[in-house]
Design a protein around this ligand. Sequence first.
Ligand code: ARG
Length: 474
Amino acid sequence: MTSSSKPWEHAKSTGSEADPLAARFVSSLDYDKRLYTHDIRGSKAHAAMLCKVDLITEDDLSAINKGLDEIEAEITEQGDAWPGWKVELEDVHMCVEAALIEKAGDAGRKLHTGRSRNDQVALDLKLWIKQAVVDIQRKHVNVLKSFYKIATEYGHVVMPSYTHLQRAQPIVFGGEACAWMTAIEDCQIRYDIFLHEDSPLGSGAIAGSSLPLDRKEVARQVGLDQFRGITQNSIESTASRDAALDFCYALTMTSMWLSRWAEQWIIYATTEFKFITLANTYTTGSSMMPQKQNPDMLELIRGKTGQVYGSLVALLTMCKGLTIGYNRDLQEDKRHLFAAYDAVCDCLDMAAGIVRTTTFNEANIKRGLDKGYLDATSLAEYLVTKGVPFRTSHQIVGRMVGLCEERALGMLKALRVEDFNAVCKEYKAAEAVGEDVYDWLGPENVVKRYQSAGNAGVSGFEAQLKAWKERLAQ
Ligand code: ARG
């Protein structure tokens, strides 16, 4: 043995320890520390299996378990200050194992029988992701609950909807709230269909082991709630980061939706729109302009999306040139995955807070509601009910809007029945407009008329809200 503290470096005369820069460069401890509970769980499962197939004794197993329990308690209590974190040991796996050897001697030295850090880290990462999925789904639910809350408060506020960011058709705010909720729920489901249910442990470094390892037993020991079975191929098991990539993709989708929402509400919060007022807690002032209330939290939700996308691209790029088998490049996976996860968690928490505390400026929204001919489509549909083919009614209403502009009337309901019929006549359509046309005009009337399933008016919103109430109660 040389003086190296790495148990596997006895055969080498030099290691990264000879150069502190190399030691720091190769170490992942900074970010993989957070895997310690999963690492210990995997080690206990591996040890239990080793005992079952008589590769270690019952006494070895109890010494290993006792040592690992102590280590877990110490790390949980001391965190970064745990003296076992030694950068020259490279990573969480080696730090835990070295501490175990200190506590349990030869029993500790047996733990790594038939195992490599390559299958160990693959397992740890899968276990971490499984926990992260549970945690992040809960955060999605909190956002859904916040939207549900404001949908119950402001759901019936009539407002414009926008396509191309130009006024489109009138909706109720609840219709928009339910749109965000639907998108967030879809994001949540994306984590649910997570398929990496097989344990990689027992794959070793690449080719498996000549020892009689019982891989199914390890998977059982890790916990049936965690793994359905074992991976098929030892090479693929240690080379793959598909679980990390799938999870990261789901993170980018959450981030993308939160970013779209943030952009929308940044616009709603402008002086030009003034549809909403953000709670003071979620705005910041300017160091120079005393009047400012900037939507920085929303902007940062939008801004952090770049980092999350970056993580996905980093992971994909990292994997694309790798031969099948473990390459040290793969160590960087955790840096990107954790960064993306932490950012999305923060954004979800922030979104839940912002949504819950935002007020809708009903009077302000109402004031501008007659601008932009929001009811034009409704008028075209009214003509359809009178037998006018839709393409013709579309042209007719276009002409009616033109008329309003020429006469500076500003809104369709300012036209008289005779005016409507005169335009119909111009287009050789039945002059079928009656007094009932006014029931189809004006945003407040229009939002009550939508009947199609999932509509963004009153009936659609109320039906969706009822369904949300049931889903969120579960
Ligand atoms: N910390 C390493 C990682 O995260 C563990 C694997 C090291 N394996 C090796 N053969 N050098 O990937």
